[in-house]
Write a protein that binds this ligand. Structure first.
Ligand SMILES: [Ca+2]
Ligand SMILES: [Ca+2]
Length: 184
């Protein structure tokens, strides 16, 4: 039994180590509502993306393992960073922490979260609903291009598959049992 548990722990450690596969790069344009937030697809300590024109807010969904969490920005423009629960409740918001760059640091329980980045000076009181009326990104007046990087102190993870897949599994099991009965 001990051997089995040890093997299980070892393989779990292997999986979590192997899953961190370099930066996650925004695919197309991440949305700016809870519904259109882009879900990262692999564990990573870095998100790379860009803003420009009508693409003035990017929001990402991820899972956090729990514990001390930090996120900081790197960009040529003046960014603002927002953190929400998975259902869009404001947790934290920061504009300028190091120069014009943003930083959020806090303890987070394990679970799903949303992180958004936009350009100074629209903070919407930190409310996700304000993003719907976000003005265009200003690529002028020394704001530079809209490329950004968000770095995390530890890997953020892909959001687990929705519960519907669990239901699908139950349905398949039920189907298998029906088939077995028919055959028997
Ligand atoms: Ca974008
Ligand atoms: Ca800023």
């Amino acid at each position: 039994m001990k051997k089995i548990i040890a093997a299980g722990v070892a393989s779990l450690a292997l999986i979590s180590t192997a899953a961190v596969a370099g930066p996650y790069t925004e695919t197309g344009d991440a949305g700016q509502s809870i519904r259109t937030a882009q879900t990262i697809t692999h564990a990573t300590t870095t998100i790379r993306g860009s803003l420009g024109g009508a693409d003035s807010v990017d929001m990402f969904a991820f899972n956090w393992k729990g514990g001390a969490f930090t996120a900081n920005t790197s960009s040529a423009f003046d960014p603002m960073l927002f953190l929400f629960t998975g259902t869009g409740t404001k947790l934290a918001f920061n504009d300028d922490y190091a120069g014009l760059q943003s930083y959020i640091g806090m303890n987070l329980a394990s679970g799903k979260y949303l992180m958004a980045i936009n350009q100074f000076s629209h903070n919407y009181n930190g409310q996700v609903s304000g993003f719907a009326n976000a003005p265009a990104f200003r690529n002028s007046n020394g704001n530079g291009n809209g490329n950004y990087t968000i770095n995390f102190n530890s890997a953020i993870n892909a959001v687990p598959e929705p519960a519907s897949l669990g239901l699908l599994g139950v349905a398949m099991l039920g189907l298998a049992m029906v088939r077995r009965r028919k055959n028997g």
